[in-house]
Structures are given as C-alpha cells and as structure tokens.
Write a new protein. Structure first.
Length: 280
C-alpha cells in the first residue's frame, strides 16, 4: 500500500514536472515564433529594399551604357566636325593666300601704272608748256609723291622758271623733299607756288631754315619766302593761303558693327587721275 502511494506521488510529481516543462517549452516556442515572425518581416523589408537597389543599379548601369554610347557618338561626330573645320581652315588659308597674292599683284600693277602715268604726264606737261613752267595744279599730289617729282625734275636737261603746285595735299613733311629742288647753283626753279596746300607756319619756318642753312638770305613776308643766293639770284617760294593739315585726317564716326558677308582685299587709291594738267 505504501508502495502504491509512493508511485502515485511520484507520478503526480512527474506530471507536474512534465506540465511545467511543457509550459516552458510552449512559452519558448511562442517566443521563438514571435522572433521568427519579426525576423522574417525584417528580412522581407530588407530583401525588398535590396531588390529595389538592385533594380536601381541595373537602371544606372543601363543609363551609363547609353550615355557612354552617346558620348562615343558625340566624340566621333566632334572628330568629324573637327576634320571638316580643318579642311575649311585649309581652304580659307589657301583662299587668303590667293587673295593676298592677287592683291599684291594688283598693287604692283597699279603702282607700275601710276608711276608710268606720272612719268608720262610730267613729260607731257614739260613738253607742252614750252620747257619753262611745270603746271601741276589740283593733282592730289601728296608728300609721298614728291620724291618721284624730285627725281624727275633733277633729270631734266634745263631748269624751269616756275613750278606751280597749287591746290594739292603737300604738308610740313614734304618740305624736306622740296629743299632738294632749291639747292644753290643747282636750283631747278626761279619760283615755286605752294598756295592752297596744307603747310603750317611751322612748315614755312622749316623750309626757310633749310634754305638758310644752304646759304640763302631769307626774307619771309605774308607766307612768301624770298631767298637770295650769293650770286644775287632771287628764288621765291609762295606758301601763302595754306590750310590746316588736320582736315586731311579722317575721324571715323561711331557706327554699328555689321556682319561682313564677303572678304575682299583692302586697296587704297587716289580718286580720279593721279595728275591733271591744263594751262590756265
């Protein structure tokens, strides 16, 4: 009887222990289930995020590949454009060289024609006017033309009485060339008329000083320079009624810039004929 009671008590104790163990295992299992659910949910969220990142990375890679392809196309197009521009530049350089050569040839031709006409007109003027008077009035003569005149008149067989250079464009800078025509014992003229040119009072003083340095006795009155050499011969240089040389300087006005459609070589020429002559 006591043995049965002991066995019964042991069975009850085992049952209680098994029940407690089962409850503990049930609680632990429940906790594990909750933990697993949380972890599963977090994993799903992270997996979705990683999936989205993977898709974004794929799109980025595809975009980069497209941009690289476009960059290659742009690079190839730029290389072609550069090659075309190089060809155009070479063509423009050849054209510019051709235009420069053409302009140089035209300039040389015009200079040759100008000098030939100058020589012919001077010779005709000298012959027509009876070898006594050089009449070069209103011929647009400038300081740059005076060396040609000096060489021409120095080559004449006999001097002229009068050199008429009225109404031209001679300035102070031309006086040094005129002095070559006025050297004592070799003076090529008895009178030089320089009225209505652009010689200033300073230019008149330079002319008079140069003549005085060559041995002339100088008297200046109303723009007329009377020079007497040692032999008593009188040389008259009339520089009266001259104008301000500033009138020869062109002052450009402010204008709007315009697009240049064609490129032409610049050329500078005097209006009309270089020389005109007539016996007034």
């Amino acid at each position: 009887m006591h043995e049965l009671d002991r066995l019964y008590a042991d069975a009850k104790r085992w049952k209680a222990d098994m029940t407690a163990t089962l409850d503990a295992m049930r609680q632990e299992n429940s906790h594990l289930q909750r933990t697993l659910a949380v972890d599963t949910k977090r994993f799903q969220v992270e997996s979705a995020a990683l999936h989205d990142q993977l898709k974004e990375l794929e799109r980025f890679v595809q975009t980069q590949a497209i941009q690289l392809g476009k960059a290659d196309d742009v690079k190839s197009s730029a290389a072609q454009d550069m090659q075309k521009m190089n060809h155009q530049i070479e063509g423009m350089q050849e054209r510019i060289h051709g235009l420069v050569a053409e302009a140089n040839a035209e300039t040389k031709r015009r200079l040759g024609v100008e000098m030939e006409l100058t020589s012919q007109l001077l010779q005709a003027s000298y012959n027509i006017l009876g070898h006594h008077k050089g009449h070069l009035v209103d011929c647009w003569l400038s300081d740059a033309d005076l060396p040609i005149l000096v060489r021409y008149f120095q080559a004449l067989d006999s001097p002229l009485d009068v050199l008429d250079l009225r109404s031209n464009r001679i300035t102070d800078h031309g006086t040094k060339h005129l002095l070559l025509l006025l050297q004592p014992r070799r003076a090529l003229f008895m009178s030089i008329n320089l009225q209505e040119n652009y010689i200033s009072p300073q230019g008149i003083r330079l002319l008079a000083t140069g003549m005085e340095g060559m041995g002339y006795s100088i008297v200046i009155q109303d723009g007329r320079v009377e020079a007497t050499d040692t032999s008593g011969r009188v040389l008259i240089v009339d520089v009266s009624n001259n104008k301000d040389a500033a009138a020869l300087v062109f002052t450009p006005s402010s204008v709007k810039l315009a697009k240049v459609k064609t490129l032409k070589p610049a050329s500078v020429s005097k209006p009309g004929r270089l020389f005109t002559y007539f016996n007034r």
